[in-house]
Design a protein around this ligand. Structure first.
Ligand code: RRO
Length: 303
């Protein structure tokens, strides 16, 4: 009932660990698949070595978290050796990669391809320069095209909400035209918090990305709008903490969903509880599987 086929990859359920949360080590990725019950996991974004931004890098705000980690990672070669090789394709593992240009993206994709089932292109971090690629349709096109030529496994392009709504669709179409197999929507929302006592921004980087329940309606809007004009699957992400949230994403047009901050909100077994809730909902509604829900909220405008 919950099994899905995502770009030719069989998942036991439609819940996926979002990049950046717990995907920092092989053992945590493995725990999310087994103990957590996720259908697949996405790694932390990896690419050239980066130490990340100084602390504070995370702050809890109303209904969410604000982060400016700054893409900290040990470098793609080290991550493959330390974390992916020991996992030896234990479950559907998707690699989130970044680079400063299309060649670097393609090189990183080639390096990681043997160790994962799909690649998610992070062109959308809201507070680092490389995240600006995803704000521009032609730069996004170049990256997707280069990676598509470099690897055979499916590629997902993760988009930023930090663009005008019409540009979000243009950028997604550009990715689809160059052969992206799916779109992941959305990365975090550019935001800020200020400490009223020290009278300065709380994050050392000043700006950060907002995640958690606060951004769910923005993500729902993005998925809904994208579903009106794309032919490829959309992976919905942004503020999911309950099965009801997941169902809302399917109705908007998502074929699968990712959970990230929801783990901090609840616990690692959130994937299992969301799946249980979806299953009961499908039964109650008399649906056979998740695909019966996908895009149903569009039916009044699309007959
Ligand atoms: O590492 C980060 O600061 C980060 C990344 Br790569 C991203 O894609 N989104 C985000 O909110 N933070």
């Amino acid at each position: 009932m919950l099994e899905i086929d995502l770009c030719g990859i069989q998942l036991k359920n439609p819940t996926i660990l979002a990049s950046g949360v717990l995907g920092i080590s092989g053992s945590l990725l493995s725990r999310v698949l087994t103990e957590g019950g996720a259908g697949a996991v996405v790694t932390k974004s990896v690419g050239p070595v980066r130490t990340g931004f100084p602390n504070p890098t995370v702050v809890e705000v109303e209904a969410g978290f604000l982060n400016a980690m700054g893409l900290p990672n040990p470098g793609i070669e080290e991550f493959i050796k330390e974390d992916l090789i020991p996992l030896a394709n234990k479950g559907p593992i998707f690699a989130s990669i970044f680079g400063s240009d299309s060649e670097e993206f393609a090189r990183n994709a080639r390096l990681i391809e043997p160790h994962v089932q799909a690649i998610e292109l992070n062109v959308s971090c809201p507070h680092v320069q490389v995240g600006q690629i995803g704000q521009d349709a032609s730069l996004t096109k170049e990256v997707v095209s280069a990676v598509k030529k470099a690897v055979k496994i499916p590629i997902f392009c993760k988009l930023t909400p930090n663009v005008a709504p019409q540009d979000l669709i243009k950028i997604a179409r550009a990715a689809q035209d160059e052969g992206a197999d799916a779109i992941t929507a959305i990365n975090t929302v550019r935001a800020m918090a200020i400490d009223i006592n020290i009278e300065k921004p709380i994050l050392a980087n000043r700006h950060g990305g907002l995640s958690g329940p606060a951004i769910k309606p923005i993500a729902i809007r993005a998925v809904y709008d994208l579903a009106t004009s794309l032919d490829i699957p959309i992976i919905g992400v942004g503020g999911i903490t309950t099965w009801e949230d997941a169902v809302e994403f399917f109705l908007a047009g998502a074929s699968a969903i990712q959970i990230g901050t929801g783990i901090a909100w609840k616990e690692i077994t959130i994937f299992k509880s969301v799946c249980e809730g979806i299953k009961h909902h499908l039964k109650r509604k008399g649906y056979a599987n998740v695909s019966d829900l996908i895009k149903r909220a569009h039916r009044s405008i699309k007959k």
